[in-house]
Write a protein that binds this ligand. Structure first.
Ligand SMILES: Nc1ncnc2c1ncn2[C@@H]1O[C@H](COP(=O)(O)OP(=O)(O)O)[C@@H](O)[C@H]1O
Ligand SMILES: [Mg+2]
Length: 303
């Protein structure tokens, strides 16, 4: 009841740029003897697109689940806009955090439009009784909800398929529909769990544009993805999770250049790196090439 909002002022989002919207401190999640997430501090500011990467099993999805009320962290605390998260996922959604799932979760036998309408339930004022009695208030609210849902379908490029059954959409469009449904709760923070999994390069590019457009609407985005090009193109900041711990965090260049990240993905750090002997050999060959070239070094190549 307290979370009811009309369609007009529905954005649980809009906040000053640079303000911390998500603040996770010391988050640990254990399953029996397994620690899937270990003492992770993590923030997202408004206006930011933040990436979360890491090898399979690193704890990325588990961490997302801790940010959305699906799991209650064993230790630590998560705040959204200063308030500790309520321990239920629908309450977290109402508070302003929306998400998509690594494994698409749509209502397969509902239409595209209906799927988005379902996503609006935390934002519509009309409750159960109103819906059952179908009074004038209900019809008005329903019309407004439909209008907003169609707007969102337009935004993700699915307006033309509003009446199609969700299950008949190609995979890439199902992912877009999940995003539209998440946006229907008018979030201030959107969490995307592997949004381009199974997409072709064109669809991935389109998703990139879509995420930028979402950010431009004032919604902060936290995205898990394996596609490094996508991540490094998109994100203002990237955090790397390895075996449940945050290993590195920084801008794309920092993270890409970090040996520990390379090691986490590729195995032992210097396995394939040239040894001293090889380096000496290459240097000798280069010196040889320089002395046998007519042009003085640097002359031809000066720019
Ligand atoms: N509900 C659960 N119960 C027990 N173990 C889990 C559960 N969810 C995830 N795990 C374990 O936690 C670890 C991290 O998994 P996950 O968060 O899915 O990793 P990622 O998303 O980075 O691939 C894995 O070892 C996984 O098996
Ligand atoms: Mg995962």
């Amino acid at each position: 009841m307290t979370t009811d909002t009309t369609t007009k002022d529905a954005t649980a989002g809009a906040s000053a740029p640079g303000e911390v919207v998500l603040d996770a401190r010391g988050v640990t999640m254990r399953f029996g003897g397994l620690t899937a997430v270990r003492n992770v501090d993590f923030t997202v500011k408004s206006g930011e697109i933040v990436g979360l990467i890491g090898p399979n099993g690193a704890g990325k999805t588990t961490f997302f689940n801790c940010l959305t009320g699906l799991y209650i962290p064993t230790e630590g605390e998560v705040r959204y806009k200063g308030n500790v998260l309520p321990p239920k996922s629908y309450k977290v959604t109402a508070a302003g955090i929306a998400r998509t799932f690594q494994n698409i979760r749509l209502f397969a036998n509902m239409t595209v439009l209906e799927n988005v309408l379902v996503g609006r339930h935390t934002r519509t004022k009309e409750g159960l009784w109103s819906a059952l009695l179908r009074g004038p208030g209900f019809h008005k609210a329903e019309a407004a909800s439909r209008e907003r849902a169609m707007e969102l379908l337009e935004f993700v490029g699915l307006a033309g398929k509003a009446d199609h059954l969700a299950r008949n959409l190609p995979y890439g469009e199902q992912r877009k529909l999940e995003i539209a449904r998440a946006l229907a709760s008018e979030p201030g923070l959107l969490l995307l769990d592997e949004p381009t999994a199974g997409m072709n390069p064109q669809e991935t590019r389109a998703t990139e544009e879509l995420v930028f457009a979402i950010r431009d609407k004032g919604i902060a985005v936290l995205v898990i993805e394996h596609d490094m090009r996508f991540i490094f193109n998109l994100c203002d900041r990237v955090a790397v999770l390895v075996q449940g711990e945050k290993l590195v965090e920084g801008d794309s260049a920092t993270v890409q250049g970090d040996e520990r990240v390379i090691a986490a993905y590729l195995g032992e750090p210097f396995e394939d790196a040239p040894g001293d002997e090889e380096v000496a050999e290459v240097e000798a060959a280069e010196a040889q090439a320089e002395t046998t070239t007519d042009a003085a070094p640097g002359k031809e190549n000066d720019r």
